[in-house]
Design a protein around this ligand. Sequence first.
Ligand SMILES: [Zn+2]
Length: 468
Amino acid sequence: MGLRLYNTLARKKEEFVPLEDKNVRIYTCGPTVYGFAHIGNFRAYVFSDVLRRTLIYLDYNVTQIMNVTDVGHLTSDEDVGEDKMELTARKEGRSVWNIARFYEDFFFTDAQKLNLQRPDIICRATEHVDAMIELVKKLVEKGFTYETAQAIYFHVPLFPNYTKLSRQSLDEKIVAVREEVQEDPEKKHPADFALWFKAIRRFENHAMQWDSPWGMGFPGWHIECSAMSMKYLGETLDIHTGGIDHVPVHHTNEIAQSEAATGKRFVRYWLHNNFLRVEGGKMSKSLGNLYTLGDLEARGIKPLSYRYFFFTAAYRTTLNFTWEAVGAAQSSLNSLYKFVRQAKREGALGPEPDWAREYRDQFNKALEDDLNTPRALAAVWDLIREANRRQDYNVLSVLYDFDKILGFDLEQTPLEEELPEEYAALVAERQKAREAKDWARADELRKELEDAGILLEDRPEGTIWRRE
Ligand SMILES: [Zn+2]
């Protein structure tokens, strides 16, 4: 069987065949860097990381591009509201450039903690405005646009089958758009979207602006992704990923403007991840549940445990965040580390047993079936159960291979379990007491640790511990 992926465009799983041999060109819609990325944002990036790792695991040559949106994303995905970057800059009393770099760094620091492989090219919108202007010029030449006092628009009725990705009727879409405030009275069709905003009226003081054939201004959000993806990957991409919320507007507009410009199919496989819910509801600032990875860490949840939590649901289903569920994910991951530690201690370096083959197949099949991570995790646990039953621990090579996708750093599992922080502090305090020859205090602390099930042994090279 080969790899099968659910293509939103076809509304079904399709066999994955790249345009060119084993080369896969992926574009991933990246973050808009105007605030701290919250745990819901990362679902899209853990998903695209699994996709990337799976393709590499299956011997494809992957080129993955991810953008960083640092200009042009308005507070609504449609053409209303303010630029998110400018709004934050004003609120925080900093420059937009400062805001952009600060939140971008924050995003990549968290991405690294989650063991997300860095895409091959990360491109900032503000560094590719020339490519965007070129693409808009092409659309102007081909007659798909019109100009108003405020902007250059893509005229949607000129592009046949505009809603092929969302499968909404254009009428439905028009109603949805009308519900938002119309900010440009010269706009001809409610679904028309801006390719270029001029730095006049509501955007007169926009801090980021560039010269263009239509005067000073800045690019629309949608044109960013079309221009940058085609610049690096060519006119037809193999895979484009993003959140399911991008289907009706952002990705629909990307298709229209890209295909209008080139006359070619823009993307062969559109992959969309579903949302993360929190305690069964939406995430929002007003509910105070926009947790960051740092909030999880403050409550003792390690980033890789959170990564494990994502794998408990397939990317196309909604996933519900609860503290209990991430806690359970952390326990599972700790059990996995415990098994690896045990196998390492057993010195399990013998050849991989034949019986393990079945679990390799099970794992591969799960991923080849539209990246089914819960089933892949099940294969991991089935393998471990069988290893324990047979008392045959020569399966580390299998687990390390699985870890090429899971990304839990299994190979680096230390032979000794890490002592939880609160106990480590007591051990350190006892060491100080011993150095000060305060034997009474040292014994007291030893007793306290013993009560918690931690036994100490003083050796010439230092104090070691084990669980009771
Ligand atoms: Zn995008």
